[in-house]
Design a binder for this molecule. Structure first.
Ligand SMILES: Nc1nc2c(ncn2[C@@H]2O[C@H](COP(=O)(O)OP(=O)(O)O)[C@@H](O)[C@H]2O)c(=O)[nH]1
Ligand SMILES: [Mg+2]
Length: 207
C-alpha cells in the first residue's frame, strides 16, 4: 500500500520545524545513499516526485519535512560522509542535524540508509552509538539492492547485522520500489504509536 507523501517545509533552526506532535522518522546516511529516492519511492502513484533527488551528492543543505499520510512525517537530512567534503560544509552539517536529533521530541526513529555495496564504517558506527546513547531506535536500510545479485544481498545483510549489532536491517531498491512497503509498514507499526492508519469503521457498538 503506497502512502500519500507530500513536501511540507524545509528548516534549519527549531523555530522553523513543523508545529504539532506528529511522530517523525529521521532519514540519514551518506550523500548519494538514496535518502531522497527512498522518500520518492514512498509516494503514491508512479511519476510523482516529492523529494529532490540530486545528481550532485551532498547538495541538500536543509532539513526537509515530508508529511506521510495523516499520521507521521519523514525528515530528509543532509548526507554525511565527511571525508569527501570541505571543512566548511562539515561545520554546516553538524549543528543543524545534531540540534534536530538531540532535541526534537517528535523524533521516534532513525532510518540509516546505506548503499548495499558499502561497508559499515566509522561514521555509521558513530551514528548507531549515538542513537543507542539517546535511546532512539535505529533501523538500517541497505538500498540499491538492484545493483547486486541475490547471494550478495543476503550475505551483506548478515555481515552487516553481525558487524554492527543492529537487529533491524532491511533491504530495498528505491529505484525499483522493492521492499518499500514492507519497510514503511514496519516503521509505522513499531514507531508511529498506536494510532490506526485508518479510522475504524463505525461499528454499531451500543452500550
Ligand atoms: N540503482 C539504484 N540507484 C539508486 C537507488 N536509489 C537511489 N539511486 C541513485 O543514487 C543517486 C543518489 O540518490 P539520492 O536519493 O539523491 O541520494 P541522497 O543523497 O542520499 O538523497 C541517484 O542518482 C539515484 O538515482 C536504487 O535503489 N538503485
Ligand atoms: Mg538527498
Amino acid at each position: 500500500m503506497a502512502l500519500k507523501v507530500k513536501f511540507l517545509k524545509s528548516a534549519v533552526v527549531p523555530k522553523d520545524y513543523p508545529h504539532g506532535k506528529k511522530p517523525e522518522v529521521g532519514v540519514i546516511g551518506r550523500s548519494n545513499a538514496g535518502k531522497s529516492s527512498f522518500i520518492n519511492a514512498l509516494v503514491e502513484g508512479r511519476n510523482q516526485k516529492v523529494a529532490k533527488v540530486s545528481s550532485t551528492p551532498g547538495k541538500t543543505r536543509l532539513l526537509n519535512f515530508f508529511q506521510a499520510g495523516d499520521h507521521y512525517l519523514y525528515v530528509d537530512m543532509p548526507g554525511y560522509g565527511f571525508a569527501s567534503r570541505s571543512y566548511g560544509e562539515r561545520d554546516d552539517w553538524k549543528p543543524m542535524v545534531e540540534q534536530y536529533l538531540k532535541n526534537r521530541e517528535n523524533l521516534v526513529a532513525i532510518v540509516l540508509i546505506m548503499d548495499i555495496r558499502r561497508d559499515w564504517e566509522q561514521e555509521e558506527q558513530l551514528m548507531w552509538e549515538w542513537a543507542q546513547f539517546h535511546e532512539i531506535p535505529l533501523v538500517v536500510v541497505l538500498n540499491k539492492m538492484d545493483k547486486v545479485k541475490r547471494n550478495f544481498q543476503l550475505r551483506r545483510a548478515r555481515q552487516l547485522a553481525e558487524k554492527s549489532g543492529v537487529n533491524s536491517v532491511f533491504m530495498i531498491s528505491a529505484l525499483k520500489k522493492q521492499g518499500i512497503d514492507e519497510l514503511e509498514d514496519y516503521l509505522f507499526r513499531n514507531f508511529v504509536k498506536d494510532t490506526p492508519r485508518k479510522e475504524p469503521q463505525d461499528s454499531a457498538d451500543s452500550e
